[in-house]
Design a protein around this ligand. Structure first.
Ligand code: CA
Length: 230
């Protein structure tokens, strides 16, 4: 479960934030001192920082800048003054989001979840790019030999079937419309249209999904498109 560090010197606010995030099953730690908080942010592993702007010792501007020099972990900045938000944006410190106090607990939780999901899909994509083999829940895609295995058994995909599958797997959790997939995978002058994509996805599923009515890898989002689930 994701671990969040709250840097907030107002104990009542910190407690409230902690309670709501814990209700959403996050692991939460609180630091009320800027210096200590920055030290922990730099030396320990967290998945997200909830950072108050005005802190004793060292302020949120500086902390944000220092974290960004070494980490890409999402930073959600919190301030009591609306003017500060413009200042944070203007300084280009690399914060991912900003909230003005007071904010609703549901807004806090929604934003935290959104940033965690985005960061997770980015890091997964980066990890996958490094390897020649993409492996997810028994599905193995070998880029260099262009072979696909499901639970050790080789599946024979055509060139385009392989390319659609690989493209989606390389961009996990992102939704693509049929038109986007057609543009990405087929040549510009290819004969066909988005219906071609539908046909290929169907063929790929027949080969890699154990239960085609309940796909585990390529998910359909009705009226939107497809996404590779990880
Ligand atoms: Ca404060």
């Amino acid at each position: 479960m994701a671990k969040i560090l709250i840097l907030e010197d107002e104990p009542s606010i910190a407690e409230l934030e902690k309670d709501y995030l814990e209700l959403s099953e996050f692991t939460v730690e609180v630091e009320t001192d800027g210096e200590k908080g920055l030290h922990r942010a730099l030396t320990e592993e967290f998945d997200l920082f909830l950072l108050d702007l005005m802190l004793p010792g060292i302020d949120g501007f500086e902390i944000c800048k220092r974290i960004r020099e070494v980490k890409n972990t999402p930073i959600l900045m919190v301030s009591a003054k609306k003017d500060d938000i413009d200042k944070i944006r203007g300084l280009g410190l690399g914060a991912d989001d900003y909230m003005t106090k007071p904010f609703s607990p549901s807004e806090l939780v929604a934003r935290v979840k959104a940033h965690l999901a985005r960061y997770e899909s980015l890091t997964n994509a980066a990890k996958m790019k490094k390897n020649d083999i993409v492996e997810i829940r028994g599905l193995k895609i070998d880029r260099s030999s262009r072979r696909v295995f499901l639970n050790g058994e080789e599946k024979n995909l055509t060139t385009k079937e392989f390319e659609v599958l690989l493209f989606l797997a390389e961009h996990p959790n992102r939704v693509y419309t049929k038109e986007e997939l057609f543009r990405e995978v087929w040549d510009m002058d290819a004969i066909g249209d988005s219906a071609t994509v539908t046909v290929h996805i169907k063929k790929v599923r027949e080969k890699i999904e154990l239960d085609k009515s309940n796909p585990q890898f390529i998910e359909t989002l009705w009226g939107v498109g497809y996404r590779f689930k990880v």
